[in-house]
Design a protein around this ligand. Structure first.
Ligand SMILES: Cc1ncc(COP(=O)(O)O)c(C=O)c1O
Length: 385
């Protein structure tokens, strides 16, 4: 009765089962995978957010497939404040970054065409590809005093059916930004093979160093840059995201015309959120200040705790909300994560969740409230004694 694209294994894995059991036990859980900012104890300007949703203009319907002009202007202003120029004509609003991915996949790929995705990375790509009848091929990232794209392996993975390369900038969970020399190589590969760059920048603002450069101004290949307020302003429940098309003018124009038609088929954004966009985007200043203070404090705690023990290491983090902890690979990561849950009441993501190539990696969320983070980490390290 159902399409084969939905033939997923829907059975929960062993770790998900263990988590369910833990939740029903009523024992307090130290969740070091926390990624929902609305549940991490940050202060939001609740009156301003509530007021922004109550504009009388919401009672009128003025459909625009690209999104209301005032909302697109707010997004262009966000980029202007970062020192990047974006025209509102190159911008299209979506309900989520995932929806933006889907629109781009529909634009670029016929059924069975391929997209290159980084590994390790964010585990949603396989499902996004499945629902859009697209195949994914993985290109490896390798760690050598920081993360790098294995450009040789990436080139080997390109086939006549490859339509684009996905980069997550900075990547989740490795926390590294794509380097300028890598961007140049991606441009060269894409323009030589009629492919596009698809850049996911939901964590762009969370840099631990200098302000990172966006892909929005990348002239070297057709480029789609995505972001949204779920991370930037810590408001995932509001469902406002966007994509920006850039690169050679003719390809960009053609892409935008087709994307507009795709968006017009759904018109998925609602008026109140679009009208609230300037205020919701403005929330990012206070949110990001709190979040970065938390990230820095948790990283310092992590470093202090592992400093005494040579068996643990943390990989370099340039930005984002996560850190990768290297632990002795004495057993499969999944067994370790289940053990931590059942014996120590700590939930942490094993590296294989993000396709790390071997055991011995745990991913910890740096937005976890500080006390939970410190205690959770103590328990993780104690599990090795
Ligand atoms: C790299 C990355 N892209 C996109 C998203 C989802 O963004 P949205 O809520 O806008 O769909 C996430 C969420 O965790 C993410 O980690």
């Amino acid at each position: 009765m159902f399409a084969s694209r939905t033939n997923w294994n829907l059975k929960p894995n062993r770790l998900a089962e263990a988590l369910e059991r833990h939740k029903s036990s009523g024992r307090r859980l130290l969740d070091l995978s926390a990624s929902n900012p609305t549940e991490c104890g940050f202060n939001y300007d609740a009156p301003a957010i509530m007021r922004s949703l109550c504009t009388p203009a919401s009672l009128q319907y003025h459909p625009d497939p690209r999104g209301l002009k005032s909302a697109r202007q707010a997004v262009a202003y966000y980029y202007a404040e970062r020192g990047e120029r974006v025209s509102i004509d190159d911008l299209l609003l979506t309900a989520s970054t995932s929806e933006a991915y889907s629109f781009i996949f529909r634009l670029l790929c016929n059924p069975g065409d391929e997209l290159l995705i980084p590994t390790p990375s964010y585990p949603l790509f396989d499902f996004l590809a499945d629902v859009n009848d697209v195949k994914v091929s993985r290109y490896p990232l390798f760690y050598d005093h920081g993360w790098h794209i294995d450009v040789y392996a990436l080139k080997q993975a390109v086939t006549p059916r490859t339509r684009g390369i996905i980069v997550v900038h900075p990547n989740n969970p490795t926390g590294h930004f794509t380097r300028p020399e890598e961007v140049a190589q991606l441009n060269q590969i894409c323009s030589a093979n009629q492919m596009a760059i698809i850049a996911d920048e939901v964590f762009l603002d969370f840099s631990l160093g200098a302000t990172a450069k966006s892909f929005v101004g990348n002239p070297g290949a057709l480029t789609f840059t995505m972001s949204g307020i779920s991370k930037i302003s810590g408001l995932p429940q509001m469902k406002l995201a966007w994509l920006v098309a850039g690169g050679p003018a003719t390809a960009k124009r053609e892409a935008l015309a087709r994307l507009e038609m795709i968006a017009d088929t759904y018109l998925s954004l609602n008026a109140p959120i679009q009208l609230a966009a300037p205020i919701l985007l403005r929330q990012r200043t206070a949110f990001q200040r709190q979040l970065m203070a938390r990230v820095r404090a948790n990283l310092a705690e992590l470093d202090a705790q592992i400093a005494k023990e040579k068996r643990f290491d943390r990989l370099n983090v340039e930005g984002g909300w996560y850190a990768v902890l290297r632990v002795p690979a004495t057993r499969p990561d999944e067994d370790l994560a289940i053990d931590l849950l059942e014996k120590h009441d700590v939930y942490v993501h094993p590296g294989h969740f993000y396709d790390f190539p071997s055991d011995g990696y745990l991913v910890v969320s740096l937005i976890t409230p500080e006390q939970d983070f410190a205690e959770g980490l103590r328990r993780i390290l104690s599990a090795f004694f």
